[in-house]
Write a protein of this length. Sequence first.
Length: 205
Amino acid sequence: MRYAMAIDVESCAGCHACTVACKSNNNLPNGILYSRVATKGGDYLDTASGTYPTDLTKKHYPIGCQHCSKPACVATCPTGASYQREDGIVAVNTDECIGCGTCITSCPYDVRTLISEEPEYVVDFQLGDWDAPKHVAGTAEKCTFCIHRLERGEKPACMELCLGRARYWGDLDDPESEISKFLEGKTYERLLEDAGTEPNVYYVV
């Protein structure tokens, strides 16, 4: 089994609903995001490149952990806190994480965060899923493909609230899975392939 995600760039409207869904469902502390949406176009967020009105281009690339087959974060973690599960998901064991930040600097995608202080939240009660992972000061965090939701037979939160239905999910080793069928015969790209990490997020362009 190898969990992966595909994103149809043409269908992504850059609405940031995936970012909000992720933050809410995972009860993320203030200032912490697992997912963000980058703009390929102009010099600023949500702006196009080119000449108005006939020669403009803009695409949105949602970016979270790429759950690489050869994750640099796992290779460089001194304690084994960053590890890869049998299903391909890259996770962090907070009990073993010492907050050294090695995984953060070794990740070429800039998708890890160190919770340096006791987490603070926008409200005084937990938002989102009741079984969302706890956030511990002095540890590194990142997208987990919503492991807690997968264990309940559900999809990651970003999948549920994608307004453009631009995301596809499943087991790449299963030719009958949603993602395998979607990717078949399509042109796609993966981010920073020259880094040698073999990311498992596919952007169909």
